[in-house]
Design a protein around this ligand. Sequence first.
Ligand code: UGA
Length: 444
Amino acid sequence: TDQPRPRISVVGTGYLGATHAAAMAELGFDVVGVDVDPAKVEALSAGKVPFYEPGLPELLVRGVESGRLRFTTDLAEAAAFADVHFVCVGTPQRPGSNGADLRYVEAAFEGLAQHLTHDALLVGKSTVPVGTGARMAARVREVAPAGLRVELAWNPEFLREGKAVHDTLSPDRVVVGGASPWGDDLLRQVYARPLSEGTPFIATDLPTAELVKVSANAFLATKISFINAISQVCDKAGADVTVLSDALGHDVRIGRQFLNAGLGFGGGCLPKDIRALMHRAGELGAHSLVALMQDVDEINMWQRQRVIDMAVQACGGSVLNRRIGVLGAAFKPDTDDVRDSPALNVAAGLHLRGAQVVVYDPEAGETSRRMFPTLTYGTSTEEAVTDADVVLVLTEWPVFREADPAKLLGLTRPGATVIDARNCLPADTWRQAGWTYRGLGAAR
Ligand code: UGA
């Protein structure tokens, strides 16, 4: 077609926005990314990704060098430039509440609408409580200059950190809520490549689109807490949860993914999303979901306590002045993200109980130090385990899985215990090397 390609803006350049902007440029669109943080804008403009995300630096550099991708702090500039605006700002948990803080979403829609100079489609990508899209649509209609066609749609994002580039360029599905035929057509142009490769396009209303997103995360969280609850039964009964998960996973109705028992879920999404859903369901009087999400959250938080208790037990009842090596700080491998990280939570909990904790993570050292400056950080696996009484594996980075247990045991205090809180190590190899090995729900 010789229709001009829509120009794109992306408001908010965190994990989601930076990846989306770079991916859109990779697909050949002219893109401007907007952020209120000048340091972020400066870094991204120089082709530097301010966080660890495999594959993203290459994409960003290609976009910036091609001239198709630029960044600014000026929302008005973006409003005047683009035809399709993606709102990718954060919706963190409100302090003292389970609800989501929507101030950044509100500011982005209002700011864009106010400064529009031509017809535009405003697209929400942020994860929001159901009902937000309709509220934003009403607000945008009030604020936008008269005489322009300004519409709103919701297009939730399902990308995983660590696989953000792949998930953005080849999504499982594209969900679009509340788009008119005009908006629908614009978004089909934006997603033409994945759609041509067979990605399903699901057009629906605003509340359904908003709810698809939070239901997906709630379901994933429920799967994890389910298997963690089962792993407790495994511990009591002497069964092996990993074998159990493998066996369950052969049933295609269940599936093997997200059935890894361990320290549980963290990060910037799952924990706050299930709490926001719990909160919103409560407001709507949907009590079954409130109760379910409460249990999922409680089981998840209890896993952290369970691992702290295991460490205390391995130290003979008190960790005071005992050396504990902590392997892993990121909330999962392939990221340096430590938001609501179960690993750092456990490390800090042991530190508070008087243990001498040394933490090592291959990528999240810097971000951890910023979050918990009082913890001690090592620069290698060896450094973290040296003189340790107990070693905790809290994030399943491949370097830990591939470490040589015999070599590491030579560095620890005699008779050291390893607590494999992600059930990721080859247990037999570690036992044969002389370690006392403990997993979660792993048969002794
Ligand atoms: C999650 C969803 O998977 C994405 O689809 C979604 O787009 C994203 O949230 C979001 O809302 O932005 P992410 O937070 O990057 O993605 O991380 P996940 O890969 O989902 O892992 C979440 C947590 O669950 C991690 O702490 C991980 O260690 C834990 N987990 C995962 C388990 O404890 N067991 C498992 O079997 C799987």
